[in-house]
Design a protein around this ligand. Structure first.
Ligand code: SF4
Length: 66
């Protein structure tokens, strides 16, 4: 099943947990806020995506079934 990841940048506080948990999918921009690596909106099959969403302290990451 394919998924779609979205990051609410208005909610993100730049804690970096997502990039630490799933570095193959999430990175941090120059201001420290989370962004998806290019082409990783679908998670790239990385099993850590949902873990990263759970790890976000402010719930900024939404993983939906596409
Ligand atoms: S873990 Fe959440 S708050 Fe931290 S950088 Fe990632 S999306 Fe932003």
């Amino acid at each position: 099943m394919s998924i779609h990841i979205s990051i609410d940048k208005d909610v993100c506080i730049g804690a970096g947990q997502c990039a630490l948990t799933a570095p193959g999918v999430f990175t941090q921009d120059d201001d420290g806020f989370s962004e998806l690596l290019p082409g990783r909106e679908d998670g790239g099959g990385d099993p850590m995506v949902r873990e990263a969403a759970r790890a976000c302290p402010v719930g900024a990451i939404t993983v939906s079934e596409a």
